[in-house]
Design a protein around this ligand. Structure first.
Ligand SMILES: [Zn+2]
Length: 281
């Protein structure tokens, strides 16, 4: 079943409880975690036990609310969490053809001891779902079910310069027992993704340098062609000089720029005839 409006957790006296902990029927006294309506505990022989709204209404998104709440409760119970290594990987198809790859290890990952947990405690301009304190270090944790972390929040996390990971839970995880979900949060690595790490900035700088070097290298390759072109007996005149005379540095700069633009646009080098037209008119 696992229909999105069915749930196996409900609220009872302010606590989140599993269907296995309550008696069958409306006497369970449970309320919906999302909308607060009274629930009925359906514990029959055939279908998986679940809560239904007494009014018969469907409550979409209830499992997302449950997962957020359950995960936050579990974080207060555990004393460690396994996090994946952070490998910075960037791949970019360069305009002139080749693909530039950059892979760099940013963080080792492993087991993080939890000394203290803050839930939804405001940082500078944003509110992380969970703030984990390990020694004097902080780790922000975002729990994503259907909604991934928004761009603006990512920007603010980056400004804070603190490490952050996102844990993605599937809606069907809301049907796990508390123990099963605890195990998943503590040990599963596939569901965890790095959003930011301060050392990432070094990796980004290294990537950028590699990219600039690559472009410089390409420009250097294009230059001999330009040098060859400057010696062509081109008749076309400039306002100040002809290209078969020594072009000024300004003309060379414009030619370079046009040449590079041409290569980018056409994904090839210009023919001799075409390159003549690249000189400033
Ligand atoms: Zn509801």
């Amino acid at each position: 079943m696992h229909a999105s409006q069915n749930a196996v957790y409900a609220e009872l006296n302010g606590n989140l409880i599993h269907i296995s902990e309550v008696p069958r029927g409306a006497s369970c006294g449970c309320l919906c975690v999302k909308c607060g309506e009274p629930l009925i505990a359906r514990k029959g022989q055939i279908r998986q036990h679940h809560f239904a709204h007494l009014s018969g209404s469907e409550c979409h998104g209830v499992n997302e609310t449950i997962l957020h709440r359950l995960a936050k409760e579990i974080f207060q119970e555990i004393n460690s969490i396994a996090i994946p290594p952070y490998i910075f990987e960037k791949s970019r198809k360069l305009k002139h053809g080749p693909v530039l790859e950059h892979v760099e290890s940013v963080a080792r990952g492993g087991k993080v001891t939890i000394n203290r947990i803050d839930l939804e405690t405001a940082e500078n301009g944003f509110v992380p779902d969970v703030t984990l304190h390990s020694g004097y270090k902080k780790l922000f944790i975002e729990i994503a079910v259907t909604n991934k972390v928004k761009r603006e929040k990512l920007r603010l996390i980056r400004i804070s310069n603190q490490p952050a990971i996102e844990i993605t839970l599937k809606e069907e995880d809301a049907f796990l027992s508390r123990d099963e979900l605890r195990l998943k949060l503590q040990t599963n690595l596939e569901s965890k993704k790095w959003l930011f790490h301060p050392s990432q900035k070094d990796a980004e700088r290294n990537y950028l340098k590699k990219l600039q070097d690559e472009i410089r290298k390409y420009n250097a390759c294009a230059r001999p062609n330009r040098a060859r072109m400057t010696n062509l007996p081109v008749k076309k005149t400039f306002s100040r000089a002809t290209v078969n005379h020594n072009p000024s540095s300004w003309e060379l700069a414009i030619y370079d720029q046009n040449y590079f633009e041409f290569c980018r646009k056409h994904k090839r080098e210009p023919t001799d005839e075409e390159s003549r037209k690249l000189w400033p008119q």
